[in-house]
Design a protein around this ligand. Structure first.
Ligand code: LLP
Length: 427
């Protein structure tokens, strides 16, 4: 039995078919495709690697729940003493249910509602990452009503280009996230007007799937300079949250930032900061720990094109449709076959339901298994039931064992809450 947590080709007979000690082909005989499978040990290894790189600093990982919000994944985080970065009361609920202590939870996002702020205050979360003056005022008002003092950080928009896909870039001045340093300066200057908000933190998050260290360096340097300025003006900064954004390897040739280099960039900018550092990695911890198992439904020969129609679709994995994202597509076959260029598509009635265009793959036949790599982050968490396709099952793998951590949605589950319009009322 193989115990490798990474997908490697070290099992000569079945390259790629063994994941965290589990034979994916046998698993797919027991669990109908499509389903997501996650390696617990790959996730543990990522957490440990990052924690190790940060040793010596007072640093805490707050996992960005949006990347993969399955309760079993959140439990792995809780076991490793990783906190949570949440953006909704749904994520708050999940994090608390998975056993992540409220004191390890930070709350980000531009659209926190009054109800969500009330829930987070009642739960006693660690801090709010605030993104607008309106939100700051609302937090003051609500904390005053509850007679508590909320900890808050201001999310700085450092106007740095993360050099990633435009739809996941967040640190440019024109993006909706954070406030300018000028505005943040004013928040601190009149902090006394908001006695129920302890504004003692800075936060920055410039985007996602970042592969170059330079944007991080720039953003951290701007935040560090602002922190020094604030300290000099007599303000106390208890925590600096450097956000998430660490990229992963989706395809050969991509060179992700090593944890040691990332930690070195944090040290270089903030090494003499004596408060608490917070990090909000999402993708880095889970992306490469997940695969999507799917079968070929049929081959279709179009005008000069070969379509490979899979039983997974954009509702199971939206990234290729939404961002033209590359995911490796690996047939689980062990004989050598001629290769062809395929457009790899799902059954959903949209041209955008395409996983890859002109991808060179060995000849495949109906019923054969294919895995799509790198789907542990922003895969299941972005899934929908579009075309009335039930949400796929999710399976956790751990040293040769597997456990279903989300059963495939039944049709009854899918329509739960829907009803014929019987009871008409007027508002
Ligand atoms: N912190 C904040 C405030 C965020 O907005 C995000 C991600 C993270 C942390 C985690 O970023 P990460 O370490 O995962 O890069 N759906 C897109 C990614 C959207 C990311 C949104 N914010 C995708 O599939 O590529």
């Amino acid at each position: 039995m193989q115990h490798n947590a990474q997908l490697t080709a070290d099992n000569a007979a079945q390259p790629d078919a063994i994941f965290d000690g589990v034979d994916l082909r046998r698993l797919a005989e027991r669990i109908p495709t499509p389903f997501h499978a996650y390696s617990a040990n790959a996730i543990r290894a990522r957490i440990a690697g990052l924690q190790q790189a940060l040793q010596g600093m007072d640093a805490m990982l707050c996992y960005a729940v949006k990347a993969n919000s399955n309760l079993a994944i959140l439990q792995l985080m809780a076991e490793a003493r990783v906190g949570a970065d949440i953006v909704s009361s749904g994520e708050l609920w999940r994090a608390l249910h998975a056993g992540i202590p409220a004191q390890h939870i930070v709350f980000s996002g531009v659209g926190k509602t009054a109800a969500e702020i009330a829930e987070a205050l009642a739960a006693g979360i660690q801090r709010f990452n605030l993104e607008s003056a309106d939100e700051l005022d609302l937090l003051q008002q609500m904390a005053a009503e509850l007679q508590v003092r909320a900890h808050a950080a201001v999310r700085i928009n450092p106007d740095v280009d993360a050099q990633t896909h435009a739809k996941i870039s967040t640190g440019k001045a024109q993006n909706k996230f954070g406030v300018s340093i000028d505005e943040a300066r004013r928040w601190f200057a009149d902090a006394a007007r908001r006695p129920n908000v302890r504004l003692d933190g800075l936060h920055v998050h410039i985007g996602s799937q970042i592969l170059g260290i330079e944007p991080f360096r720039l953003a951290f340097a701007r935040v560090a300079a602002f922190w020094r300025e604030l300290e000099a003006a007599g303000h106390t900064i208890a925590s600096i949250d450097v956000g998430g954004g660490l990229g992963v390897r989706y395809r050969d040739g991509e060179q992700p930032i090593a944890p040691a280099d990332y930690a070195a960039a944090i040290r270089a900018a903030l090494g003499d900061f004596t408060g608490r550092l917070l990090l909000e990695p999402g993708r880095y911890l889970v992306a490469e720990a997940g695969v999507l198992l799917t079968r070929v439904i049929r081959l279709k020969h179009g005008e000069g094109r070969r379509f490979l129609v899979l039983d997974a679709a954009m509702n199971d994995l939206l990234r290729p449709s939404l961002y033209d994202a590359w995911h490796d597509i690996v047939p689980l076959i062990d004989d050598v076959r001629p290769r062809h260029r395929y457009d790899v598509v799902g059954p959903v009635c949209e041209t955008g339901d395409t996983f890859a265009v002109e991808r060179e793959l060995p000849e495949l036949h109906a019923g054969e298994l294919v895995l799509i790599r790198g789907t542990g982050a922003y895969g299941a968490s972005m899934a929908s039931t579009y075309n009335s396709r039930p949400l796929a099952a999710e399976v956790l793998l751990d040293r040769g064992r597997h456990a279903i951590v989300r059963r495939r949605q039944s049709l009854e589950d899918m329509v739960a809450g829907e009803q014929p319009a019987r009871h008409w009322e007027t508002a």
